[in-house]
Design a binder for this molecule. Structure first.
Ligand SMILES: [Zn+2]
Length: 404
């Protein structure tokens, strides 16, 4: 189906590498993984009415057999907020949480190069009561993650802005009163519904900014935003030294959904101009509930990340295991497990061949295809399997690293 794809080979290994390493880092800082449902009832989307209309154009929605309006998960944050709201209703002390999730998300739009109808998101959110710490921690994590996976010398820019409901209101008024010619169809519709989002449009943002720069009120808004961002950069620089991100103020960063409130940001690969991650501080009040949720977070678009200038995962290792015909297959599985665990290699491929089949092969072909061949000719004592296998693997690790 168009817009859906298989991820295999090198890309799949890069993805596994990213997920494992990120999980390690996040777990070490107390983040728990949250698994999100992929189907939602449309009414469960916790957007404002106008946003829903806008999001709806891209919503992958349909009616199920019970004639219910349902949709596929469009993005993670709104679902995480719903989850949090439900938990908080039952237990007010359910805060101070740190969460991360990995899931596909879906949008219904014409598939174009590098954009899929099913795409992968990696989201990290925290709900610390100290909101200044919360956002510092988020930027720190983002920097650590990107410096882990990008080649040295890659410049990633962290574009920052400051938004709150007051500023959004003022910007919306200014933009909806503008008489700018030449906006795209989509932005002409936004003019009535969510004017501020025009600053998000690659085609129209410059047109709109040129108009706004002639407005005194806009100049005042931007200098206030700049001040708040500089305060944040100062606070950040005094406690954290960033290694992969270069911070810049950018008044055109406006996050789409209405709950963003405070510092908002986007990470861009300066060479490809691809936006790799986005996020910020948010606050969500629920109409029917006295609960207000404050958090900070980011989402990384993994499809874009995989096509970026990532550090290459160590090339896949291929190991050939040759065994005596009479060897129990369970022993062989134990051995494979032990080899992989000892070497902590998730990019290792192990082929198993009986001695009889091996003898018929040409040595040169085997050499060409495998990094290492391990022959298991000596009989193994089943009662000491674990020990024997472990010592066998230990003896052979050196030869493996020599070969790799
Ligand atoms: Zn536009």
């Amino acid at each position: 189906m168009k817009g859906f794809r298989f991820i295999s080979g090198e890309e799949s290994r890069d993805l596994t590498h990213f997920l494992r390493e990120s999980e390690k880092l996040l777990n070490s800082l107390g983040y728990e993984e949250l698994f999100l449902p992929l189907l939602l009832e449309k009414d469960d989307l916790s957007y404002g009415l106008e946003e829903t209309e806008l999001v709806e154009k891209q919503l992958f929605s349909f009616k199920d057999k019970g004639e219910r309006e349902i949709c596929l998960l469009p993005e993670q944050t709104s679902s995480i907020l719903n989850f949090f709201q439900n938990k908080m209703r039952i237990d007010q002390s359910f805060n101070q949480r740190r969460l991360f999730c990995f899931s596909p998300c879906f949008r219904y739009e014409r598939p174009q190069e590098g954009r899929y109808r099913q795409f992968l998101q990696f989201g990290v959110e925290n709900f610390l009561s100290n909101q200044e710490h919360a956002i510092l921690e988020i930027v720190f994590l983002l920097d650590r993650l990107f410096s882990k996976f990008f080649q040295e010398g890659t410049t990633l820019s962290l574009s920052l802005n400051f938004l709150n409901s007051n500023l959004k209101q003022q910007l919306n008024n200014l933009i909806s009163n503008s008489k700018v010619e030449g906006l795209c169809d989509f932005c002409r519709r936004k003019l009535q519904r969510m004017p501020i989002r025009i600053l998000d449009c690659k085609n129209c943002c410059d047109l709109m900014e040129n108009y706004l720069l002639g407005q005194k009120e806009y100049i005042e808004i931007v200098s206030y935003q700049k001040l708040k961002v500089e305060e944040f950069i100062l606070a950040l620089s005094s406690s954290i030294s960033l290694s992969s991100l270069r911070m810049v103020f950018n008044s055109k960063i406006v996050r789409g959904l209405d709950y963003y409130n405070g510092i908002v940001f986007e990470v861009e690969d300066s060479s490809s101009k691809n936006s790799l991650a986005a996020g910020g501080q948010y606050q969500k009040k629920f109409l029917e509930d006295p609960i207000t949720i404050s958090g900070s977070g980011f989402a990384i678009g993994l499809d874009r990340l995989l096509s970026s200038n990532l550090k290459k995962v160590v090339e896949q290792k291929k190991i050939l295991l040759i065994y005596k015909e009479n060897l129990n297959y369970n022993l062989i599985l134990n051995l494979i497990e032990e080899i992989l665990l000892s070497l902590n290699l998730y990019n290792t491929y192990i082929d198993v061949l009986s001695e009889k089949d091996f003898v018929g092969r040409q040595k040169s072909i085997v050499k060409e295809h495998y990094n290492l061949a391990i022959s298991l000719f000596s009989p193994i004592n089943p009662s000491k399997v674990k020990d024997e296998i472990r010592s066998f693997v230990e003896r052979n690790i050196t030869s493996l690293s020599k070969l790799s």
